[in-house]
Design a protein around this ligand. Structure first.
Ligand SMILES: NC(=O)c1ccc[n+]([C@@H]2O[C@H](COP(=O)([O-])OP(=O)(O)OC[C@H]3O[C@@H](n4cnc5c(N)ncnc54)[C@H](O)[C@@H]3O)[C@@H](O)[C@H]2O)c1
Length: 253
């Protein structure tokens, strides 16, 4: 994959799957803009990669617009990867059988689904304004869902709904952006070895790894990044959600 001269934007690029992806895209020659929260390690990552850090909350239209502008100043924006996300669990009912506060549900939908939509909308507008490549293509947007979009566990109604939404909007957006030569593909990772998961006790991590049919371990961030690279490279992939999960199907809990 040769992205020399192209610009790439990675949300959530300061950590986990986004960080691994930013590293791969930079190694392929892209000028990488890390979009992450101001308190994240985004500035250090950008310095490591010789890229830019655009501190932004993906739910904020103004901040995302500024981040897209930063990325567009570095070259034609050809690759956008949405990795920003949160996953706090919350059941629908608490121990007393009362509904848990609606704010928790709203927050996850806002960051994971509305935040992804916001970045896709603003970045695709900038991509559509670039000169196309010789084949008419202008680039690719990769979103991150989760296997929870299909087999959500107890405690994941908000997370599963947010990721189900990311999956569901992939096709209509790919259909709409086809006229600009912009592809849209979503990855649904299984259980990946990132800070989001590494907070769990080792025994819990081992038990999760053992639930994966093969290979019987957690997924590695670089395996996600390699799939992004393949998606960028393979121009016929479009409008699809790809599971990256070692064949795991999540149990109810
Ligand atoms: N780790 C897994 O097992 C797994 C599995 C399936 C899906 N995912 C999804 O993959 C994506 C990346 O997860 P990860 O495991 O790398 O997590 P992570 O916590 O390591 O990284 C997430 C990054 O997103 C940033 N972020 C959070 N809210 C943001 C906001 N409002 N605006 C901008 N940035 C924000 C965080 O600062 C962080 O740097 C998430 O969408 C997650 O839901 C992860």
């Amino acid at each position: 994959m040769d992205l020399t001269g192209a610009s790439a934007l990675v949300t959530g690029g300061a950590s986990g799957l986004g960080l691994a992806t930013a590293r791969r895209l930079a190694a392929a020659g892209a000028a990488v803009t890390i979009v992450d929260l101001p308190q994240s390690a985004g500035a250090d990552v950008a310095a490591e990669l010789g890229g830019s850090f655009a501190p932004a909350d993906v739910t904020d239209p103004g901040q995302v617009a500024a981040a897209v502008e930063t990325a567009s100043a570095a070259g034609p924006l050809r690759v956008v990867v949405n990795c920003a996300g949160i996953a706090p669990p919350a059941k629908i009912l608490d121990r007393e059988g009362a509904p848990t506060p609606l704010e928790g549900f709203e927050r996850i939908i806002r960051v994971n689904l509305i935040g992804t939509y916001n970045v896709v909308a603003q970045a695709s507008a900038a991509m559509a304004r670039t000169e196309p490549e010789t084949d008419g293509g202008r680039g690719v947007i990769v979103n991150t869902a989760s296997v929870a979009a299909f087999d959500g566990q107890i405690g994941q109604p908000a997370y599963a709904a947010s990721k189900g939404g990311v999956h569901a909007m992939t096709l209509p957006i790919a259909r709409e952006l086809a006229r600009y030569g912009i592809r849209v593909v979503t990855i649904a990772p299984g259980i990946m070895e990132t800070p989001m998961l590494m907070g769990l006790p080792q025994a819990a991590q081992d038990s999760l790894g053992e639930q994966v049919p093969y290979p019987q371990r957690l997924g590695r961030p670089d395996e996600y990044a390699r799939l992004v690279e393949s998606i960028v490279d393979n121009g016929y992939l479009n409008g699809e959600t790809i599971r990256l999960d070692g064949a795991i199907r999540m149990a109810p809990k």
